[in-house]
Design a protein around this ligand. Sequence first.
Ligand SMILES: [Zn+2]
Length: 592
Amino acid sequence: MNSPVQKIKERLSIEEVVSSYIKLEKAGSNLKARCPFHNEKTPSFFISPDRGTYYCFGCGASGDIFTFVEEFEGLDFKGALKMLADRAGIPLERYNKKEESEKEKLYRVMEESAEYYSLNLLQNEGVLNYLKTRGLNEKSIKDFTIGFAKLDWRELYFHLQKKGFSDGEIEKAGLIKRVEKTVPTGGQGFYDRFRGRIMFPISDSSGRIIAFSGRIFTDDGKSAKYINSPETPIFSKNAVLYGIDKAKDSIRKNNFSILVEGQMDLILSHQAGYKNTVATSGTALSDSTISKENAVSNLGLIRRLSPNIVLAFDGDVAGENASARAGRIALSLGMDVKVVDLPKGVDPADLISRMSADAWREAIRNSKHIIEFLLDKVLENSPNDARQAGREVKKRILPFVNAIESSIEKMYFIKKISEIAAIPQNALQDDLKKIEQELKYENEEIKEAKEALNTVYRKDYIERKLLGIILWQKTLKEQNIDVEKILKELADILTIPSLELLEKTKDKEEDLIFEAEVFYGEDADITKDIEEMLSNLKEEYLKEELEHKMRELYNAEDAKDSQKSSQILKECQILNSRIQDIRNGRFPPKAD
Ligand SMILES: [Zn+2]
C-alpha cells in the first residue's frame, strides 16, 4: 500500500516543486540554484532529480519536497502535507476523530469558531455597515473570513460544546477563560475570551487558522482596542505574519513584498490590488519586546520569497520607529528595503479608504530606499544647520549603512549621503568605522540569530523524523530496521541517554508516529534515509561545536595566549576533518 507521501512524490517531481519557489539552472544531470536558506552569490544548492532530493554545500540544507516546503514556508509536516496534497490533487483522508491528535482537534475548533463568527457577522447589519464605511467590500469580508463575536458571555462556548468539543479543548485553543471572582460573568466555569469584537482569523502559510485577533466594536473606553489569542500549542505569537497564506504567491510573482502594521491596512491593500502585502499585526517585528530571533525568522520567510521589501507603517513616531527596527534587520539579511512616506497620522487603510486605490499605488511607486528616506527626514528637521545635520546623520543614518551586507552598496550610500547632506566622504567613512565598532555586539547578535535559526530548525527537523521512525517501528510487529541500534546512535549524537530521550518526547509521540507512518508507508525501505539523516545530524552538531571552538580561538588570540590558541587550533582542525569526512561520503555534485 502506498502512503499519501509516496503518492504525492509520484505526481510531483522535486524540480517542479522547487522551481515554483526559486530559479534552477542545469548542472550536468543535476540542477543547481542559489540557496534559499542562506545568502550566497554563486549557487551551491544542488538538486538530484533521480533521487528526488536536494543538498546545499554552503549550509548543509538537505531533504526532499516535504522538507523543502516545510523549511521554506516555515510549516510543520502536516502543513506541508496539506499544501502538497492539494497541489498534487490527492485527497487526504480526514483522519477519524478517535485518532485525531491534539493539534488536529485544535485546528478543527478554530475552523468551527471562524465559521461561527462569520455567520454572526452576516446577521449583524450594524457591524457589516461599519466595515463597509471603513472601505471593505463584501468579497474581502468573505475572503478573509472576517467575523463578529457578540457582546455576550458564553455564545461561542455553548456553540462549541454543542459541536462536541470538550472544555479542555476549547480552553486550550484560547477561546474561553476560566471564571475568576473579579470578572462579573454571571456564572461559573468558563466564559468567551472574545466579546463585542470584530474577529480576524490568523492563518499559517498553509492556510490553517491558528489564532484570532479581535478588534473592539462597542467601545466601553476600558477594554483594549485589539486582543489576540494567547500562546497555544498551534500558535506562537511571534512567529506569524498576518496574510502570509494569501500573499506568498504574489510576493514571488511580483518580486517584492509590502509590510504593513494592521489587519485593516492589509485587507484594504489586497483589495486595492496589492496581494503581495503582509502585516505584522502590531506584534512581531515592530514591538521592541520581541526578540531579534523572531524578527529574523519572520523577515527570513519574506526574504526567501523575494529580497525586495517595502515598509508602509503609520506616518507617526511609533510607525517610524517600527520601520527603523524592521528595516535595519531586513538590511542585515541582505534585503533591499524601501519605505513608503505616509502623511503624518495617516495609515495605509486611511489612505486607501479616504482617498483611493490610486493614491496607494502612487505612494508605493514613490517609496524610497530606507537610507534616503531617513536622510530626507533628518535634513527636514535641521535645515540651515550643517553641524546639527552632521550629528544627526551619524546618529540616525550610519547605523543603517552599517547594517547593509554588501560593501559595494555601503560605498554607494556613503557617496550619496555625502552629496545630499554636503558632508565630505572621508568624514563619513571615519564615523562609519566608529559605528561599526560600537554596533559590533548588535551585528554579532543578528548574525547569531540568523545562524541559530537555520541550524536549530534543521537539527529539530532531523531529530523529529528519526524519533518518529523509531517510535513508529516500535509499534509494528515486524520491524525492518534495528530500532535499538538506531536509538542508541541518535542518543549518542545528542549526548543524552536513550531512555531520557524517549521520556522527553512522550507528549508528542502520537504526532511523531503519524508523521513517520504517512511518510514511509508500510513497505518502505528506510535504511538509506536513516543513514543519511544520522550523518546530517552529526554534521550539524560538529559544525556547532566548531563554531564554538572558533570563538574560543579568537578570544585566546585576543588575549595573546599562544599556547592555548595552538591547542584550540588543533581541536578545530580535528573537528573540521571530521566534518569533511562526512561531506565526502555524500553524493558528489557533478559540476558541469
Ligand atoms: Zn544553503
